[in-house]
Ligand binder design. Structure first.
Ligand SMILES: Cc1cc2nc3c(=O)[nH]c(=O)nc-3n(C[C@H](O)[C@H](O)[C@H](O)COP(=O)(O)O)c2cc1C
Length: 359
């Protein structure tokens, strides 16, 4: 029996295995509308046997995109385009999930292959918003602190996006509160210097995220799961810590979240991060053991035995893979074979490919 290829039940949803596709921006949409690139990109992971396929960070409002080419879900055209993609993923037996995001002070940034620098207004960029007027080094230097009323309106934007995601056929939602984007910057005392109810104490800094999770839960109904991606530590003195993540976990559960996807970093430009195989797994283990919530482990998980071990020893409930899946969208097939999982045992080869099953 493989732990990795054992289905997992979250609320009314059963996901066929625990190899999940980590969200990956493609910087390839026009006006926020995903196209054939996104269909083939996400569809290949579903065809390749993954359990749950998360979309890239998909913006809930136009100014919440990282790059002008990010996908969105604030209008009918975007929703219709996502419907086709979600249907393909579902037809392949995988679960379509959408990561909902607001880029905050990291908005209006060029794609990595264009240098990641700021996009000026006259090249299609815009002035980013943030909890406080503090820029992230190397990105737009003019973020504007959100007014109190604007912060209070954000949960509604996430709720509206959630309703559209459900109508488009997505069966799970992940709230992106990691990597220095808007919701993360509210959590961290390094980027949140507000003096109103959304800043200051732990309670103040976590208020917006908890309001967003409650709003997403309300829009999603009770049957489908909500995940929250956290940067579970900022690896920086004076920043958000794994103890903070553990303390937040039961509050997230109470607000309606079912799983914390434990990433790290992204809010401090010069943090020293101990990057290496499985370097964030310990964060998932801590949040799961001490925070009492299911977790996902992510980050340099590349080997089938490594992934199997993470789930089998209870460090996390699922693993999320990004670059290993870009290298091989059929990673789950190879992993199942290596772990001795028979065809049909949590990984479904398409009929069209059965002649290629290794013997
Ligand atoms: C091309 C690319 C795009 C990414 N875009 C996102 C994103 O949209 N949202 C997110 O939360 N993380 C994003 N990430 C981070 C991944 O989801 C993942 O956490 C990270 O790459 C570590 O996992 P890995 O070692 O398996 O690649 C991206 C990573 C890559 C490589």
């Amino acid at each position: 029996m493989s732990a990795l290829f054992t289905p997992i039940r979250l609320r009314d949803l059963e996901v066929r295995n625990r190899v999940w596709v980590s969200p990956m921006c493609q910087y390839s949409a026009h006006h926020g509308v995903p196209d054939d690139w996104h269909l083939v990109h996400l569809g290949s992971f579903a065809r390749g046997g993954a359990g749950l396929v998360f979309t890239e960070a998909t913006a809930v409002v136009p100014e919440g995109r990282i790059s002008p080419e990010d996908t969105g879900i604030w209008n009918d055209e975007q929703q219709a385009a996502w419907t086709r993609i979600a249907a393909f993923v579902r037809d392949r037996g995988a679960t379509p999930g959408m990561q909902l995001a607001h880029a905050g002070r990291k908005a209006s940034t060029r794609a990595p292959w264009l240098g990641r620098g700021p996009v000026p207004d006259d090249a299609g960029g815009w002035r980013p918003v943030a909890p406080s007027a503090l820029a992230f080094p190397g990105l737009r230097d003019d973020p504007r602190a959100l007014e109190h009323d604007e912060v209070a309106a954000l949960p509604d934007a996430f709720a509206a996006a959630t309703r559209r995601a459900v109508e488009a056929g997505f069966e799970a939602v992940e709230v992106h509160a990691a990597h220095g984007y808007l919701l993360h910057t509210f959590l961290s005392p390094l980027s949140n210097r507000r003096e109103d109810e959304y800043g200051g104490s732990f309670e103040g800094r976590t208020r917006l995220l908890l309001d967003v999770v409650r709003a997403v839960r309300g829009a999603l109904g009770e049957a489908r799961p909500v995940a929250v991606r956290l940067s579970a530590t900022e690896w920086t003195d004076g920043g958000w810590t794994v103890e903070d993540s553990v303390k937040l976990a039961p509050l997230l559960t109470e607000a309606g979240a079912d799983l914390v996807d434990c990433s790290s970093g992204g809010n401090v430009a010069d943090a020293t991060i101990p990057v290496g195989p499985g370097y964030q797994v310990e964060l998932a283990r801590r949040v799961r053991a001490d925070g009492g919530i299911r977790t996902g482990a992510v980050g340099m998980i590349t080997e089938p035995e490594q992934a199997e071990q993470i789930v089998a020893d209870g460090s996390a409930d699922v693993v999320l893979l990004a670059r290993a899946l870009l290298r091989n969208p059929h990673w789950a097939f190879a992993a199942a074979h290596e772990l001795g999982v028979p065809v049909g045992g949590g990984v479904d080869w398409p009929d069209q490919y059965l002649r290629a099953v290794p013997s």
